[in-house]
Design a protein around this ligand. Structure first.
Ligand SMILES: NC(=O)c1ccc[n+]([C@@H]2O[C@H](COP(=O)([O-])OP(=O)(O)OC[C@H]3O[C@@H](n4cnc5c(N)ncnc54)[C@H](O)[C@@H]3O)[C@@H](O)[C@H]2O)c1
Length: 442
């Protein structure tokens, strides 16, 4: 074949290398470099992922609600459709999974997906029990060399997160002693809704219940608008962990990002009287976090539902911040919400001479689009800012706080073994009981 003929035949048979502009051929957005993704949960929070996923190949959609599945299929008509995520994960061309289901299935989907060699983006909270957090984190650590993971705490990309970290690391408040985060959302519920008739035909209710103990259908669980429906079920222990896993995942991240923390050695919690059905509205939890190579051991706390850390000054009204964190150091205090921060030097020594702000050139770089960070990681770098190690440790600490709250006393924790060492009654609360036929490690 003559050279000219050969080139012509390549172009004709779709050897696109000769006819497409170079920018489209190489790099993260190249057609041959698109990721095959399964979106599990195709309405609600799932919708927030549509635009980003449109740039990739969404090859599978899964939702227990056939109306929601149809809604997703309007956006991704070429994808195969499923109502059971276990069947969905068997589809052979899937490379990565975005999980937007209810909290009580997150660890399941994440763990099963990693067992099949799939990258995972999992909406917060990553787990609904200490054991789930540990299983998912351990699986990720085993596969860290080949899988990219991200917990869906997208506020992490707000540049204020980096600015807060720099202030703490650079000593703007002296030596860090304590960090407390809080949230003011209140969703009081009396108990599980009573039986409310048959589920609608488009909803596979038994699959929605999934691994959790069965509770009869009630429309109450499904009354919320898109992206807000989680508030209809996340207060019930079998489906969520209330504000601890909900806004707690986002707001504690503001603190967690700045403290490079290992697992706690103790946990304690107090708040509303224990309700066997519903997680507490008002709650305060504390942990002892070991020292690391740049700071001493610190206390970390979480307050919610009307509980608040003490203000360091009568000029600072923490009630005016709905979700925030306060870092207390030997020479000052840093108060932050998601977008802003305020530094208060305190005491006779607080002349700020000890603090040298870093030059602009040394500021931590912006993270960019949070979902894109994960997609790029799947395509090569494997590096994300909220991987299942970082996010897994954080939610393990938070859920351990709920174990202490339910135990009713301060507990000691062996983070290496995942055991409570001084309260046998707490051990049973580290894990959840699953319905027959469901396994976390499938
Ligand atoms: N990152 C954020 O800012 C943010 C915001 C809202 C919600 N969320 C999280 O996203 C998740 C979903 O919240 P939501 O308000 O969209 O809830 P939702 O009840 O609307 O559920 C989302 C979708 O998942 C489907 N679904 C539920 N269980 C499923 C299962 N086992 N298999 C397949 N599909 C299933 C539902 O039918 C629905 O279409 C929650 O875990 C919540 O914490 C995160």
């Amino acid at each position: 074949m003559k050279r000219r003929q050969f080139l012509k035949s390549l172009a004709y048979t779709g050897a696109a290398g000769l006819i497409l502009p170079r920018t489209k051929l190489f790099g993260a957005d190249a057609p041959n470099n698109k990721l095959n993704i399964a979106l599990i949960g195709t309405w609600g929070r799932g919708e927030a992922h549509f635009d980003g996923l449109k740039k990739e190949n969404v090859v599978a959609l899964c939702d227990v609600d056939e109306k929601h599945l149809a809604y997703g299929a309007e956006r991704f008509p070429g994808a195969k459709q499923y109502v059971d995520w276990r069947k969905c994960l068997e589809q052979k061309d899937i490379q990565a999974v975005v999980c937007c289901t209810a909290d009580h299935t997150h660890a399941f989907v994440a763990n099963w997906a990693m067992n099949r060699g799939l990258h995972v983006y999992c909406e917060k909270p990553l787990a609904n029990s200490v054991e789930e957090a540990r299983v998912v984190r351990a699986n990720y650590l085993k596969n860290k060399g080949k899988l990219a993971t991200q917990v869906g705490t997208q506020r992490h990309a707000i540049e204020n997160f980096n600015r807060v970290r720099e202030l703490v690391l650079d000593g703007a408040i002296g030596e860090l002693q304590e960090v407390n985060a809080w949230g003011d959302r209140k969703l009081p519920r009396p108990g599980y809704p009573t039986a409310g008739g048959e589920p609608p035909a488009h909803l596979h209710y038994d699959l929605w219940i999934g691994p959790s103990p069965f509770h009869p259908y009630n429309a109450e669980y499904f009354k919320g608008g898109s992206g807000m429906n989680c508030l209809s079920w996340n207060m019930y222990w079998d489906f969520g962990s209330g504000q601890v896993g909900d806004m707690g995942s986002h707001t504690m991240d503001l603190a967690w990002n700045a403290i490079d923390a290992a697992l706690p050695t103790t946990a304690e919690g107090k708040g509303d009287p224990l309700n066997p059905d519903v997680s507490p509205v008002k709650l305060e939890m504390h942990w002892d976090i070991p020292a690391n190579d740049w700071r001493q051991a610190i206390r970390v706390g979480w307050y919610q539902g009307g509980a608040l850390p003490e203000s360091p000054s009568r000029y600072i009204d923490l009630k005016r911040i709905d979700h925030g964190a306060i870092f207390e150091g030997s020479k000052g205090v840093l108060v932050a919400d998601f977008n802003t921060r305020a530094l208060y030097p305190q005491g006779n020594q607080a002349d700020l001479t000890y603090y040298k702000p870093r030059p602009k050139s040394a500021l931590l770089p912006p993270l960019g689009d949070f979902q894109r960070e994960w997609i790029n990681a799947c395509k090569g770098s494997l590096k994300t800012s909220c991987d299942f190690d970082y996010g897994g440790r954080m939610i393990e600490m938070m859920l351990l706080g709920l174990v202490a709250y339910r135990t009713g006393k301060k507990i000691k924790y062996d983070g290496a073994a995942g055991t409570v060492t001084d309260a046998p009654e707490a051990s049973a609360l580290l894990s959840r009981k699953y319905r027959e036929g469901w396994t976390l490690n499938g």
